[in-house]
Design a binder for this molecule. Structure first.
Ligand code: SAM
Length: 260
């Protein structure tokens, strides 16, 4: 591995350097020899090495050309290692032709939310995802209705996946140190949401986005272009409340008011 690599901020590079934390992450992932693991952003290989030792196949997606070159060199003899020098935001996991996939990574924090939404699209072929993320993002992913962290990310992630925070990691575990605390989160796609039609999926994304578009406004106001006051009431919901008070199931009740 090149000793001279200077961490690139534009790629959200904070490399794990604490062996205890690295081992703890591997323990929670618990890779097995019959599994295909996709690692997003392998970087300098801190997680890649122990993952590769245990997994049946490891597919790594790395955007940084220099790091991709170093990893390709280091693992040149490992048949079960495959590296794609690519932008994970544009990479379609379905094209790998393998499933089920376990997706893991210490994600670049600057693109974590769009990356999570991108991965949701491929959730039918994913058995689980374990990610290191900025703690504040995980707070939003696991938030409950009524809390200030509860929003679009909470509803969309919790609708599609079981979401669980596993551990919290301090800045000292990384080089360079990030300014924020980090958390490890596990997402397990719910099989039943894989059956939602593309149209319903689009409608759900639209309703949730619109409902939270102005947090202080009522859903009657925010959903004005999508649902009438009567339809909201028909779903058993008070049109005068705000989106942050709606449980995930209530968003589905609203969705049910729209034609298929
Ligand atoms: N896994 C390594 C570790 O734990 O030390 C590196 C983690 S670092 C936080 C994020 C990694 O993701 C970097 O290697 C970075 O180059 C890579 N990365 C950033 N943006 C990416 C993207 N759009 N697609 C793929 N990899 C990306």
């Amino acid at each position: 591995m090149s000793k001279t690599h200077v961490a690139r901020r534009r790629f959200g590079q904070n490399f794990l350097c604490d062996p205890n934390i690295i081992q703890a992450i591997i323990n929670v992932i618990s890779p097995a020899s019959d599994e295909t693991i996709v690692e997003i952003g392998p970087g300098q290989g801190a997680l890649t090495r122990p993952l590769l030792a245990a997994a049946g196949r490891l597919i790594a997606l790395e955007i940084d050309r220099d790091l991709a070159r170093d990893l390709t060199r280091e693992f040149a003899d490992a048949d079960k290692f495959e590296l794609h020098e690519t932008d994970a935001l544009k990479f379609n996991l379905v094209e790998l032709g393998a499933q089920p996939l376990r997706v893991v990574g210490n994600l670049p924090y600057n693109i974590s939310t769009p990356l999570l939404f991108h991965l949701l699209v491929a959730r039918r072929i994913i058995s689980d995802m374990t990610f290191m993320l900025q703690q504040e993002v995980v707070d939003r992913m696991v938030a409950v209705p009524g809390s200030k962290e509860y929003g679009r990310l909470s509803v969309m992630m919790q609708y599609h996946c079981h979401v669980e925070r596993l551990m919290t990691v301090p800045p000292s575990a990384f080089r360079p140190k990030p300014k924020v605390m980090s958390s490890i989160v596990r997402l397990q796609p719910k099989p039943e949401t894989g059956k939602l039609s593309v149209q319903k999926e689009t409608q759900l994304a639209y309703i949730v986005k619109a409902a939270f578009s102005a947090r202080r406004k009522t859903i009657r106001n925010n959903l004005r272009d999508v649902l009438s006051v009567e339809q909201i009431a028909q779903a058993g919901i008070d049109p005068g409340i705000r989106a942050e008070q709606l449980a995930v199931g209530e968003f589905i009740a609203l969705l049910d008011q729209l034609p298929n």
